[in-house]
Ligand binder design. Structure first.
Ligand SMILES: [Zn+2]
Length: 320
């Protein structure tokens, strides 16, 4: 019997694009994929950052934005685009799920940042600078040469971050390489989030955060969304996919972040519909079971509310 079912704001799902790759109806409960409207309602997911990829060109970024709006504005899908903090209240008990427009990397963005400003008017409220690749703004974790490993945030990237933060767009550091992370840390005066990254000292994967990075996000009053992807969770087999991981592994990452920082630095960014997930969290309906596990293993109801939604909400309030 599950005794706790707090509201959830998920920091990262790829459902808006994944649903086209493996066609299914978002409005109907499906046996495939990780998220749809009935399952999100069951898990009390009130809102999520529905990510889109940028691709490498302005054209591909515009194409992704168009797909996103077709998906979110389809009345069958009962999605409500979140653009303000008040919108989170509006969707409570509305039967709808809140959708935040999130760019997972902006490789296709123009150098003059016209699409950044237009994006803001379209409701862009959160973005990463690169999806693991090297682009004109920053360097991601998937680098192929030694020289790239040392490149960080470029001047164009610094302008991008400053202008985005001035507009009221939250900056996401997941997928950045270490040098880009630290360059960004130097120039940000607002909280930053890692929407879907874990602790590298638990699972040694470059997509995860070092202890110093976790402390730095805490120092900036940001937060970290725990990623449910097996390859980012597994302490024994980093980068590999063992489906039989338990909730204890998720908690291990949370405990580590709480130990280095505090409970305000832990959120969730499931990566549902974007990566391979262990059986115990096989779709979003498993979230209440995770909350129950945490409740039975040292986390208070107040802690769990912070993890499930309050910490991300706080950062949005501080950055929008
Ligand atoms: Zn990602």
């Amino acid at each position: 019997m599950v005794s706790i079912n707090p509201p959830v704001i998920d920091g990262h799902i790829d459902t808006a694009l994944e649903i086209l790759r493996q066609p299914r109806k978002f409005s109907e409960r499906s046996k495939i994929g990780h998220c749809d409207l009935p399952r999100m309602k069951e898990a009390n997911v009130q809102a999520a950052l529905f990510a889109i990829e940028s691709g490498y060109t302005l054209e591909s970024l515009i194409k992704s934005i168009d797909i996103w709006f077709k998906f979110v504005s389809n009345p069958e899908n009962k999605l409500f685009q979140i653009k303000t903090i008040d919108d989170f209240d509006k969707i409570k008990d509305s039967g709808q799920v809140g959708a935040l427009l999130h760019f997972e990397g902006v490789s296709g963005m123009d150098e003059e940042l016209k699409l950044l400003r237009l994006g803001y008017h379209l409701g862009l409220r959160s973005m990463g600078i690169t999806w693991s690749n090297v682009n004109k703004f920053a360097t991601g974790v998937r680098v192929t040469t030694k020289r790239q490993r040392k490149t960080g945030l470029k001047d164009l990237g610094k302008n991008l971050v400053r202008e985005a933060q001035a507009l009221g767009i939250t900056i996401d550091v997941s997928h950045l390489n270490d040098q880009s992370f630290w360059d960004l840390y130097e120039i940000t005066d607002k909280p930053i989030i890692a929407t879907h990254s874990n602790a590298r000292s638990i699972c040694d994967h470059p997509r995860n955060l070092t202890d110093d990075q976790i402390k730095a996000i805490h120092e900036k009053h940001g937060t970290i969304g725990i990623n449910f992807g097996m390859k980012f969770l597994d302490p024994k087999h980093p980068g590999e996919e063992y489906t039989n991981l338990g909730y204890d592994v998720v908690k291990k990452h949370m405990d580590h972040i709480v130990g280095l920082a505090d409970i305000n630095t832990v959120a969730i960014g499931s990566d549902y519909d974007g990566t391979s997930i262990p059986n115990c969290l096989r779709d979003c309906t498993k979230l209440p079971v995770l909350w129950e596990y945490l409740l039975e293993n040292g986390y208070s109801e107040q802690d769990i509310n912070k993890i499930s939604h309050q910490n991300l909400l706080r950062v949005f309030k501080d950055t929008w």
